[in-house]
Design a protein around this ligand. Structure first.
Ligand code: SAH
Ligand code: SF4
Ligand code: F3S
Length: 472
């Protein structure tokens, strides 16, 4: 990795660039698809929609791009280094395409949307550029490329939610699944490229969400993560009954699918998370006690420049509400260091916020100016790289301490763990997460298998993992 913006703990990082595979379709067309994903969980979830659309057309998947007929890279634009990574990867694909000139190379996702047809000028090996709302058009675009043209579709939509497409689960463990509940973002945080790459916010039909979760449960899945850039602004009206479904109600409906189905969600926005949502989490044992509530900065002036629309005091009030209504709830955050004009004193407000909240995890980044965003237009990116880096190092070190403190506070307690598989280090150990999203490792025990719940006594911990044993 080129930059010091490595989150202390992230589920996404470990999957960056992973090749995705699905079961082979019956109506094979003899062509092989390779798809690799970068960025957030929404992108990984979208790759499953893409694979579903092409599998309908008879494509098989492969995890070896050198032998693929169609190579897709689903890209992220969130920081400059995310884009650099993609460009480096494209250079590697060039070798394969030189050997196999018939290979179709496609760029999907946020970087495709940001650069549009410019991509075709900049990267000669790219044949097709497709934005996040245009995946239904992929078979047609591939036909165009087969016909000798290069193809682009980066139209954004106000309606597209892919609600009717049943995503094929790629590289799945058969236990955890992402379920997309909305697309786009209407918030316009000044640093952020997402509103430009993903378009306007729209919520998916609640019935289709609940049906997807029910189908997943019936197939043996035991955990769903509801995904959106700002889940708290989920809003959908059932035209038949005129029922208004907000996020609290959607959480409740998902929890009611089955008490054995764990429900997680991401991301919550401090300006929108309501006490009603917190009380709903408290009411259902199967809604996990874990909230990702990005703060970005602990200083009100910087928050205002970031257009986050809350103050330090407002954020603290939301944290206090979580602690009051959901004692023991794990909280994680995102932080940006060195945003335009940030002084040392203002940075110290972020540090003191971390002391106040004592987050369980944090994803921490240096500010990276993104072309076209409000911040790029209005403010100079004036904090020197070494200052950004020093501030980042300070908060990374602090977060490491608190992650450890929070894990230690769970020692001696019996945790309900959903067994997700085997530990990376030994197939004699199970691993899974507790309600608070902490990773727990414990010896394999007769009578238990992945997909089941176990009561585990946490006896010790490393920096990021609880270690324990099953209590019958
Ligand atoms: N919708 C989510 C965030 C999605 S992007 C939310 O509102 O919280 C994930 C994280 O990337 C953001 O929370 C932010 O911390 C970081 N990020 C976004 N744009 C960035 C930029 N230009 N430079 C550095 N970090 C950025
Ligand atoms: Fe970006 Fe803000 Fe939307 Fe999150 S809420 S995706 S940070 S604009
Ligand atoms: Fe990246 Fe797009 Fe997600 S910019 S973080 S892949 S919404």
């Amino acid at each position: 990795m080129t930059e010091l913006d490595i989150p202390v703990k992230t589920h996404d990082e470990s999957r960056q660039g992973e090749a995705l595979m699905l079961e082979q379709p019956e109506n094979r067309n003899g062509r092989k698809l390779y798809i690799e994903s970068y960025g957030c969980a929404m992108n990984f979830s979208d790759s499953e929609i893409v694979a579903s659309i092409l599998s309908e057309k008879g494509f098989e998947t492969t995890n070896d791009y050198k032998n693929a007929d169609v190579v897709f890279i689903n890209t992220c634009s969130i920081r400059e280094n995310a884009e650099t990574r993609v460009r480096n990867r494209l250079k590697e694909f060039k070798w394969a395409k030189d050997k196999n000139p018939g290979m179709v190379v496609g760029v999907l996702g946020c970087m495709a949307e940001r650069l549009k047809s410019k991509f075709l000028e900049e990267e000669k090996l790219v044949d097709v550029v497709v934005g996040p709302d245009a995946y239904r058009d992929l078979p047609n675009l591939i036909d165009q490329v087969d016909g000798g043209q290069r193809a682009v579709n980066v139209l954004l939509s106000r309606e597209e939610t892919y609600a009717d497409i049943n995503p094929v689960r790629l590289n799945s463990n058969g236990i955890n699944a992402f379920v997309s509940i909305m697309r786009g973002c209407d918030n316009m945080c000044s640093f952020c490229v997402v509103p430009f790459t993903r378009g306007r916010e729209r919520s998916r039909d609640a019935h289709s969400i609940i049906k997807e979760c029910t189908d997943l449960f019936n197939e043996g899945y035991r955990e769903v993560t509801l995904l959106g850039q700002n889940v708290d602004s989920y809003k959908w009206t059932d035209e038949a009954t005129n029922e208004h479904v907000n996020f609290a109600r959607l959480l409740e409906l998902t929890a009611l699918v089955n008490p054995e189905l764990r429900v997680r969600f991401s991301t919550s926005h401090p300006k929108d998370i309501t006490d009603e949502v917190l009380y709903t989490i408290a009411k259902y044992d199967n809604i996990c006690n874990y909230i990702h509530l990005p703060v970005q900065s602990g200083n009100t002036r910087i928050l205002e420049m970031m257009n986050r629309t809350y103050t330090r005091e407002w954020y603290i009030d939301r944290i206090d509400a979580i602690r009051r209504i959901l004692p023991g709830c794990a909280i994680s955050t995102d932080v940006i260091t060195g945003f335009c004009t940030e002084t040392d004193e203002e940075h110290q407000d972020t540090v003191s916020m971390m002391d106040y909240v004592q987050y369980d995890y944090a994803y921490m980044f240096m500010y990276s100016e993104r072309p076209g965003t409000l911040a790029a237009k209005r403010y100079a990116d004036d904090i020197p790289e070494d200052v950004k880096k020093a501030r980042l190092q300070e908060i990374v070190a602090k977060q490491q301490q608190y992650s450890h403190v929070r894990l230690q506070s769970q020692l001696g307690k019996v945790q309900r763990v959903l067994i997700e598989g085997y530990s990376k280090k030994s197939d004699q150990d199970f691993c899974g997460r507790n309600d608070q999203n902490a990773m727990v490792v414990f010896p394999k025990t007769e009578g238990y298998k992945p997909g089941q719940y176990a009561n585990v006594l946490a006896e010790k911990c490393t920096t990021a993992t609880l270690i324990g044993r099953i209590i019958e």
